[in-house]
Design a protein around this ligand. Structure first.
Ligand code: GLA
Length: 407
């Protein structure tokens, strides 16, 4: 918890620096974690099943009520990790987009809450975190979820965590322009410790899947960040929608492997491959949940390998560095008779991270494969760390007051 205490201290200090004399020292703190997706990649916006887990990296917000000046209320915020960059939003006027990503997430959350008929009260926020940015570990989802949670608390808005996830997704869709699905925000809002979250992206229902205590989660970041990820992502989504239209189904979740083959005539070859990825990936989710629960590393190795191949060949969202890192770690894990675990790309792709789920005793083997083998031959060195699976967004205020403050 030292990591979290540091984040709280940083948020408190950033708050004082930004709002200093006008603001009292903040007492309320909220946190929302990043996530790693274990399997079910590019499936959420096709209304399928996914299996992410929340990780012990998070965004933290310090929040206090803000003043009303001359009949106008404001949200004032400072992004500590973006050079103490600040934003100020007038609450009783239409809220426009900005050209800064974090400001857009903040504004998008306020607008999404307002659109649901909630009154967002004036507030001051200081935001910091340790989710690596742009690595595919959902720094933006954790940012939007924690801002939504903090504003909902301060404005006394009664909403479920799942609803907060929808608010955060809407902010990303409407204000950032990424047509992302609901997986990242749900994982950040509803994660459970030592468990993955089996999420039905059509119904919104979710269930924690306990992950065997024999297993460790290792994430390796290639450090590669591709340009134009948003447009490539939105293009994949549009291709899936076009394929669903071809098959006359609401979403690709409704397409069976048999119907895919039977109806592929007249379907563009690229759309066929995209659909084949989605259909095959959805079928891998439930067996992976069972394998993780039972600590079945042979099954995890097979399912992860199939997923990665499908993302490389059919969905075409990997890059050479990610493929090489997966190959290097995979070789280290399968050197013996029984595979010690599995490895695949995770997140949207186009660079970013790979995830390995391995026997605890093999975690060091993965770190060595990254540092000694992969990095020996890499222009951009990769970094790797062992993560734990944690609970979702919550109030982390030190010494909680016994009752909610009254106005
Ligand atoms: C990004 C999106 C998610 C999901 C993944 C791919 O993280 O935000 O909604 O589509 O990519 O699985």
């Amino acid at each position: 918890m030292i990591r979290r205490e540091r984040l709280i201290a940083r948020a408190r200090q950033g708050y004082r620096l930004a709002f200093g004399t006008q603001g009292e020292s903040p007492r309320r703190f909220f946190a929302a974690p990043g996530r790693v997706n274990l399997i079910g990649e590019h499936v959420d916006y096709n209304e399928g099943f996914v299996l992410p887990c929340a990780i012990n990296r998070e965004t933290v917000v310090a929040i206090q009520a803000g003043p009303e000046v001359g009949g106008q209320g404001y949200i004032e915020a400072v992004a500590i990790d973006f050079g103490q960059n600040r934003d100020k939003i007038a609450l009783y006027e239409p809220i426009a987009r900005s050209d800064s990503s974090w400001q857009n997430l903040l504004r998008g959350v306020v607008v999404a809450l307002q659109k649901r008929g909630h009154e967002v009260l004036p507030a001051r926020l200081a935001i910091t975190g340790d989710v690596p940015i742009g690595a595919g570990l959902s720094s933006s989802a954790s940012f939007a979820v924690v801002v939504a949670l903090a504003l909902a608390y301060l404005s006394r808005i009664q909403v479920s965590k799942a609803e907060l996830a929808l608010v955060a997704q809407e902010a990303e869709n409407d204000f950032l322009g990424t047509k992302c699905g609901i997986m990242d925000q749900m994982a950040s809002a509803l994660g459970a410790s030592d468990a993955a979250l089996l999420l039905d992206c059509r119904s919104g229902q979710s269930m924690p899947i306990a992950v065997s205590s024999e297993l460790a989660l290792v994430v390796a970041d290639t450090g590669i960040r591709r340009e134009l990820v948003t447009s490539a992502f939105n293009e994949r989504r549009a291709q899936c929608e076009a394929a669903a239209k071809h098959f006359n189904v609401r979403a690709l979740r409704d397409l069976s492997a048999r119907a895919l083959e039977a109806g592929r005539r007249d379907l563009d070859a690229t759309l066929y491959k995209r659909a084949r990825h989605v259909v095959s990936e959805i079928a891998r989710v439930e067996p992976t949940a069972v394998a993780l629960n039972q600590g079945d590393t042979a099954a995890i190795a097979r399912l992860f390998a199939e997923s990665h191949t499908s993302l490389r060949e059919d969905y075409e969202v990997t890059v050479p560095e990610v493929d090489r890192l997966v190959g290097t770690i995979g070789a280290a894990l399968s050197a013996g008779d029984t595979p010690l675990g599995g490895v695949r790309m995770t997140g949207a792709g186009f660079g970013g991270c790979v995830v390995a789920v391995v026997r605890k005793s093999a975690a060091d083997l993965v770190l060595e494969a990254v540092h000694d083998t992969y990095n020996a031959d890499a222009d951009t060195p990769a970094s790797a760390a062992i993560y734990s699976m944690v609970g979702g967004a919550s109030d982390i205020s030190p010494q909680r007051p016994s009752s909610l403050p009254t106005s």
